[in-house]
Ligand binder design. Structure first.
Ligand code: ADP
Ligand code: MG
Length: 236
């Protein structure tokens, strides 16, 4: 059963084609990786799927429903959440406040939203920092907050955009484990990541794009030995 189907998706910004006739799909329970050189169109693809802007062409189906025109908040309520590459929490507010905001996607009651937020913070080993101001967090903790905010919306499909960038190796390992735990709890995951070691360890399958177009797709082993991929990364 597919949780997400993207068919012939195109995203143009004026004369620039950032995503070019992209086909991809994700099975329920899968971790799909998306990689490609800087500017390849990865974040733009996420933006289209998450409703930040509708694609110029093509068709997006989430959980069997056509979603091209839906907004992020509507998609969020249907179970699709994303993190942003640039993390933007309410800096002057506490960790708990920021995560509670996410939990309002699933309830209108403040106490329920807070309970949900606490549950998520516990699952991420983060509850001890719930009173800290978000602006005072380390990079690693900001990434964790970003994941917590997305998780509080109770996603079926979670889109992670470079949540490991800027982390130390030990922090990367910890996050890889956390993401694997999320999948084991039933969440399907679509992940953009530059750190090869992490994407190879995490993904069941990887899609590679360059100049907005898919150039390869396969298991981590197949991708690591794919000539087109090696060329794209060497910049030939
Ligand atoms: P990646 O995430 O793979 O590094 P992006 O999706 O961020 O790449 O960007 C792909 C291309 O689209 C880049 O050339 C970028 O400058 C352009 N782009 C992204 N978002 C916009 C936008 N909102 N307006 C204009 N151009 C954009
Ligand atoms: Mg990006």
């Amino acid at each position: 059963m597919k949780i997400l189907e993207v068919e012939k998706m195109v995203m143009r910004f004026g004369g620039l084609t950032a995503v070019d006739t992209l086909d991809l799909n994700i099975d329920k329970g899968e971790i799909l990786g998306l990689i490609g050189p800087n500017g390849a169109g990865k974040s733009t693809a996420f933006n289209c799927i998450a409703g930040v802007h509708p694609p110029t062409e093509g068709r997006i189906t989430f959980n069997g429903e056509y979603t091209n025109q839906l907004k992020p908040w509507d998609l969020c309520k249907k179970g699709l959440a994303r993190t942003f590459q640039i993390v933007k929490p309410f800096a002057s507010k506490s960790v708990l406040y920021n995560v509670t905001v996410g939990a309002f996607a699933t309830t209108d009651k403040r106490s329920d939203a807070e309970d949900k937020a606490i549950m998520v913070l516990k699952a991420l080993n983060f509850e001890n920092k719930k009173e800290l101001k978000s602006g005072a967090l380390t990079i690693a903790d900001r990434k964790r907050l970003e994941i917590a905010r997305a998780l509080a919306t109770e996603p079926k499909l979670l889109l992670l955009d470079e949540v490991m960038a800027g982390l130390r190796p030990g922090e990367v390992d910890e996050l890889v484990e956390i993401v694997q735990g999320l999948r084991n709890s039933g969440i399907t995951i679509f992940v953009i990541e530059h750190i090869m070691r992490a994407i190879m360890a995490l993904s069941d399958r990887i899609v590679v794009i360059q100049f907005g177009k898919k150039i390869a797709e396969g298991t981590p082993g197949e991708i690591a030995s794919n000539e087109n991929v090696i060329k794209a990364y060497l910049g030939e």
